[in-house]
Design a protein around this ligand. Structure first.
Ligand SMILES: [Zn+2]
Ligand SMILES: [Zn+2]
Length: 190
């Protein structure tokens, strides 16, 4: 009987240890980003987000954001903040676009072009563009993971000197070639 009870306890403990929550992540494409392209990204992104959160990830596709609602700068770049303001901010939301996106000022320059932007903790949405990526199929999911990590965990950049960590500060360079994971220190948010 004692052995039986012990077994039951072990089973209960295992259930607590291994049961995962499900995080629903909204995907809200900009109108320039089609559904087929969204579906191509999701399997790799699911793996990456499940790895960095240690939870199950489910995606919910939201209706697209209209480009007429986003300020266009110098006839080419789109204001990154506007995508975030127009997105669903009730739950965690990732906006995907092919357009070149920028912020008002950075490093003393106006309309600084960026890969992605998260405005946590104020907003739950982030925006990620593949426009500046040389190898989009290799690196886009990494940039999305980076902005998701800022938005979802309100996390800062990697403090660990790990060049393979996706959460390293890009420091103005769009180089994700040798980054392929979120390091353990970032996962622990230390
Ligand atoms: Zn890290
Ligand atoms: Zn960042």
């Amino acid at each position: 009987m004692r052995y039986f009870l012990f077994l039951i306890l072990v089973c209960i403990c295992n259930t607590f240890t291994y049961s995962k929550n499900t995080i629903v992540v909204n995907i809200q494409p900009s109108e320039d980003f089609n559904i087929k392209e969204v579906n191509n990204i999701l399997p790799k992104l699911k793996n990456s987000l499940e790895d960095c959160t240690s939870e199950n990830i489910e995606f919910k596709l939201l209706s697209s954001i209209k480009l007429k609602d986003i300020e266009k700068v110098n006839n080419s770049k789109y204001r990154a903040e506007d995508f975030i303001l127009k997105a669903n901010n009730k739950n965690i939301t990732i906006v995907l676009t092919h357009k070149d996106i920028c912020i008002k000022y950075c490093r003393g320059r106006k309309n600084w072009g960026i890969l992605g932007l998260a405005l946590a903790p104020k907003y739950k949405a982030c925006v990620v563009s593949d426009h500046r990526l040389k190898n989009k199929s290799r690196d886009y999911w990494k940039v999305i993971t980076h902005e998701f990590f800022h938005s979802y965990f309100k996390a800062k950049h990697c403090k660990n000197n790990d060049p393979s960590c996706i959460m390293q500060d890009a420091n103005g360079h769009a180089n994700f070639k040798n980054k392929f994971k979120v390091c353990q220190k970032c996962k622990n948010r230390k």
